[in-house]
Design a protein around this ligand. Structure first.
Ligand code: ZN
Length: 274
């Protein structure tokens, strides 16, 4: 009866030895190859379901910023070229996926004032990929399902005395932070990693703070609650502004002024009405 718990513990022991770059313990049950495949398949799916922008100036701007960022990402994260797509959508959103995929919605470009702020957005999204956040999220779901199955089996067999043990199995998950929702810690980590990455890529790192100030104004200004999906899945604007401000001196030491890109934001970005 204790076998599933033993397997669960062994799996965690075998895989929990990694740490993120900010020192968080990470549990990852999937291989990079599996994640790359999932990323690529999801991206192909998105491309068939969401219109793609054909505006040349908009595409040139996004490609210029994205390439300036991705060329500074270690090859261990993704070996080949990164695929960057501008989706023609009013959503204030952007994302990056394992397997070297980046999606930027035209809606977020209207909040983005210049190349540095877009560098902040893409740096943040690529930061999630660098730190294997989707692997962690998938692993947490998998462990949670395994833990639940084990607990249900124990109760079903009326082994009441063992129930504490099964719950300890779930608690083990809790101890490693795999069952608790951890999106906030992922977001904070992506902010820090992204700010360093944009600085190394020649984008002014303080632009990340200005970007979030603009995002805050946008969410206050619209009388419809939080319109932007990008913001609703992220920690409060003030929390991240404080954190990015605190990390700025460290990012400034990495700021590669000599390598500054010259990506020009078009005056008009055609965006479909929401
Ligand atoms: Zn994020």
């Amino acid at each position: 009866m204790k076998l599933p718990l033993i397997i669960l513990s062994a799996l965690i022991a075998l895989t929990a030895c990694t740490s993120s770059s900010t020192g968080r313990k990470q549990v990852m049950l999937f291989s990079d190859t599996e994640l790359d495949k999932m990323g690529a398949a999801s991206f192909e799916d998105m491309k068939t379901k969401t219109p793609i922008s054909t505006d040349k100036a908009t595409n040139d701007f996004v490609q210029c910023v994205a390439q300036s960022i991705t060329k500074n990402v270690d090859k261990s994260v993704h070996k080949g070229d990164w695929e960057v797509i501008v989706f023609d959508s009013s959503q204030v959103n952007a994302f990056a996926l394992p397997g070297g995929k980046i999606g930027v919605y035209t809606g977020i470009l209207n909040v983005t004032e210049n190349q540095d702020q877009l560098g902040a957005i893409i740096g943040h999204e690529v930061g999630h990929v660098i730190e294997h956040h989707s692997n962690e999220r998938l692993s947490a779901n998998k462990l949670q399902n395994m833990g639940m199955a084990a607990a249900t089996a124990a109760v079903g067999l009326s082994e009441v005395e063992n129930k504490g043990l099964w719950m300890a199995g779930l608690g083990l998950g809790l101890q490693y932070g795999v069952i608790m929702p951890y999106s906030r810690s992922h977001e904070s980590e992506a902010d820090i990693v992204g700010q360093d990455l944009m600085a190394r890529s020649g984008f002014e790192p303080s632009a990340s703070i200005k970007l979030w100030q603009n995002m805050a104004k946008l969410s206050e200004g619209s009388g419809q609650g939080a319109p932007a999906e990008f913001m609703s899945t992220h920690p409060s604007n003030q929390t991240r502004i404080n954190q990015l401000t605190k990390h700025l001196p460290s990012a400034m030491t990495l700021y590669n002024r000599g390598n500054r890109p010259n990506c020009v934001k078009p005056k008009v970005i055609p965006t479909p009405a929401s």
